[in-house]
Every structure is written in C-alpha cells, then in structure tokens.
Ligand binder design. Structure first.
Ligand SMILES: [Mn+2]
Length: 464
C-alpha cells in the first residue's frame, strides 16, 4: 500500500463525493451483511447531514435481474459494498446516474464513477472493507469523523482483522478513530463475547481457537476457572470477561496459554488467543461496545431478513429496533449452532480439490457461507482444501458459498475468480464473484454437477 496509491484513491473518493453532492434525491443500495449495513449507514447518515433526501435498500446480492427493482427507487444511485461485477449492467440501466464504492474483486477496468481499492493496489480482502471506503467518501461529503466507528465494525464484520489486527486502509481509519477517542484498540484475549457472555461461556463457546476440552464444555470451563481461583459470580450476577480486573485478565490469558501449550497445541494456534480488540467508546456496556459483537448483531439482522432493523441500529436507534436486534441475535446464534451440527453430523464430502456440502433447504442460503467458514475454526475439516457449500434459495436457484484459509490464498487460490469463471463456463444465468478467500455464486439446480466438475479443475489449476 503506497502513499501514492492512497493519495490517488483519496482523489477518486473526493470526485465521487462531488458527483453525489450534485444530486438532491439519492438512493443508497447496500449489501445485507455487517459490512454492507455499516457501509450503507455511513453513506445515508453523511447524505442526510448534507441535507439530501435519501432512500435506502439492503439486498442479498446484486444480480442482473435485481437491477430492475432498484430502478423504482429513484434517479440516482450509490452502490456500496457491491457492484464491481455489474458495472456494465449498471451503466446500461442507469447510464451516468450511479456510483459504485466497493472492495470486491473488480471484473471491469477502473472508471470515473467507480471506487474500488483493488484499482489502487489495495487488497480488498484484508486492507479495506466496504465500510472503510464508504467512510473515506463520507469524509469528503462533510464532517463525518464520528462514523469511523461504523467503518471499524464493517471491517471486523468482514473478518479483515484475521491476522490479529486491522491493517492497511482499515488501520488508517482505526488510527483516526483512536485519535478522536471514538474507538479504543488493545491487545487482549480475542475470544467472542467479552462484554456479553459469562466467563464460563466465554471459554466454552470459543471456536477460534478451539481450546481442547474447554470448547464445548461449560462444566470443564467452570472447573478450569474455579481451579485457578477465578470468581464467577458477584451479587448473584455472572461475571463477564470485562468485569475482571486488569490483573485477573492477564492471569486468565497466561493460564490459557500455559494450559494449551501443556496439551501440545501448536504455537500458531495459541497465538490466535491474543489479538487486537476494538471497544466503541461512545456505546454503553453491551454488545454494541465491542466491534466484533456489534458486527455479529448486524449479521443477525441482515442475514435473517431484517436488514432495516440492523440499519436502524447503525443510524442510532437504541430502543425498539435495538431490542428486536437482540432477539434476532439470540435466534441467529441458535441457527448457526444447528447448522454446524448438521454439517458435522452428516459429514462433508471430499472432492479432489475441495470439501463439499449440499444443505438443500435445511440451512438458510444467507447463513451457509458463515457456517462453512466456521467449520475450519471448529476443526471439522482440515485447512488443506477450500470448502464449497450449497443451499437452496427461495427463488429456486442454488446459492454457492465457498470459503478458504489465508494459507490457501497465499498458495494461489482465488475463489472469486474460480467461481466467476466456472459460472461463465456453464452459462444458464449463473453469476459469481467476491473475494479470493470467500466468494459466492448463484446457479440453477440442474447445473450443479457440471459446475462442481469445472470448479474442481479451476481450483486445481490455481493451486498447482
Ligand atoms: Mn464487504
């Protein structure tokens, strides 16, 4: 990431902001996952502050046939966190009256109404999220530095901190958020639920990394903590990790490291225990105070057909929508657990170059990718091959979700390219794209076998 590239990207962001500000009625179309919701909310808030009349719509995926639905929303469109695969179709539909702000791998060359970090030498799978790019544009729209917290939530939601901390353009935004006392970054245990889970569950539900004998067992986790003198309850209330004193937190981290190394867990896995955590200082205690938990809450809304609830939370609602979001979160966690259980019980099929699972209608198409990704951290599959999981969509199409590890990407794997090329080869309105490490496609049921065979070859070509 060179300074020159960052400068060029910033120039483009400024041009896009000017183009958008020339309009009065604007429709913001965003992706429905955590990063998409955060990106959309940043853009909507910035435009409302600039006195614009804004409509917004969160959708699962941009497909050629959804473009017609979007047309009804207005005359000028801002697409955030997707659009890179559809520049040609969007140009045909809306001519000059749209901009795309995206970090997915671009299918087309750079253009004046297009902001994609890849065109500026910045890796959109780990250095820049959709929300980071939306934030950079928002800063040229007006004084919107307070929205940096949403940019961090989106980055974490897209797992761009998988190296243990945010890097690249995301880190630049983080530095601003820290300087403005909006976010606090600290090295800490990075298990999920430090504000919202009792410590026993904090350990028992950890999947990244797996803690042998503690993950999956509340009983063992409780014993582990009691044996080491930790207090679990105070005044009848279960303590969360954030209730511990600084010294107790350090002790817990040390005890976990000693425990795992004594069981022979490899160093690199133990290292995943510790990483940067991001606290949103303007949020009250609870799930919105931690960037990772905030992102999960948004995913719970977006991926369970309640985009507008997540969006309302992003825009500041802490009453009705927030309460609804909390119940969606509980439901979402249950669905993920059931999905993982289903895949583990039935077992994934092993193809030559990938693991394969067809969930049919038993897992929601919007959750299949998340669950497939979780199989790695739950050790249900080895890290040596990507996983390709299928689920049936409501419209009869088959949703394909592929996930891989960073190591496979380093070896040359590019799932977005493999899926896109496989779709092009089978035709039949198949469409695909995404990131090198996580990608998706939509195909017809009768094309499944042909698609899998072609994909097998494409992945083989990339890895050998
Ligand atoms: Mn994204």
């Amino acid at each position: 990431m060179s300074l020159q590239n960052i400068k060029a990207l910033n120039e483009r962001a400024k041009k896009l902001a000017e183009r958008i500000l020339a309009e009065q009625d604007i429709a913001v179309i965003h992706h429905y996952d955590a990063d998409g919701l955060a990106s959309g909310a940043i853009m909507v808030k910035a435009l409302q502050r600039a006195g614009k009349s804004v409509k917004f719509l969160g959708i699962k995926q941009l497909y050629t046939d959804t473009i017609e639905e979007i047309r009804a929303l207005g005359d000028f469109f801002v697409f955030v966190d997707f659009g890179s695969s559809h520049i040609k179709e969007l140009s045909e539909a809306f001519s000059d009256n749209f901009v795309v702000i995206d970090h997915h791998q671009p299918k087309y060359n750079d253009a004046y109404n297009f902001l994609n970090c890849w065109h500026f030498g910045i890796d959109g799978s780990k250095e820049a999220s959709g929300s980071t790019l939306a934030y950079i544009v928002a800063k040229h729209i007006g004084d919107n530095t307070d929205l940096s917290s949403l940019a961090i939530v989106g980055s974490v939601g897209d797992i761009q901190d998988s190296s243990g901390k945010l890097i690249g353009l995301n880190r630049n935004v983080l530095k601003e958020a820290i300087a403005n006392r909006i976010v606090l970054a600290k090295r800490d245990l990075r298990l999920y639920g430090r504000f919202t889970r009792p410590i026993v569950q904090f350990l028992a539900y950890s999947t990244d990394p797996i803690i042998p004998f503690l993950t999956g067992s509340e009983e063992n986790s409780m014993r582990f903590l009691l044996d080491r003198g930790f207090e679990l309850k105070r005044d009848e209330r279960w303590l969360s990790y954030e209730d511990l004193t600084y010294g107790e937190k350090q002790k817990l981290a040390t005890e976990l490291i000693i425990y795992m190394s004594s069981l022979g867990v490899p160093e690199w896995k133990i290292a995943r225990l510790i990483g940067e955590t991001y606290t949103l200082l303007k949020e009250p205690r609870g799930p919105l105070r931690d960037a990772k938990e905030y992102a999960t809450l948004l995913n719970a809304c977006g991926r369970n057909d309640a985009c507008e609830i997540g969006f309302a939370v992003c825009l500041g609602n802490r009453d009705e929508a927030y309460a609804k979001a909390l119940s969606l979160l509980a439901e979402h966690r249950k669905k993920l657990r059931e999905g993982i259980q289903l895949m583990i019980e039935e077992g994934v099929e092993e193809r030559k170059n990938f693991y394969y699972f067809n969930a049919g209608s038993r897992i929601k198409d919007s959750l299949i990718g998340v669950i497939a990704g979780m199989l790695y951290s739950s050790n249900a599959i080895s890290q040596e091959k990507p996983i390709v999981a299928l689920a049936k969509q409501d419209d009869g199409f088959i949703k394909v979700s592929a996930r891989a590890t960073q190591e496979l990407v380093t070896k040359g794997l590019n799932l977005a390219k493999a899926l896109r090329e496989s779709c092009a080869k089978i035709g039949n309105s198949a469409e695909g794209g995404g990131h090198n490490i996580a990608a998706g496609a939509r195909i017809k049921e009768k094309s499944i076998e042909e698609f899998l065979n072609i994909l097998d070859k494409k992945i083989e070509e990339q890895l050998h």
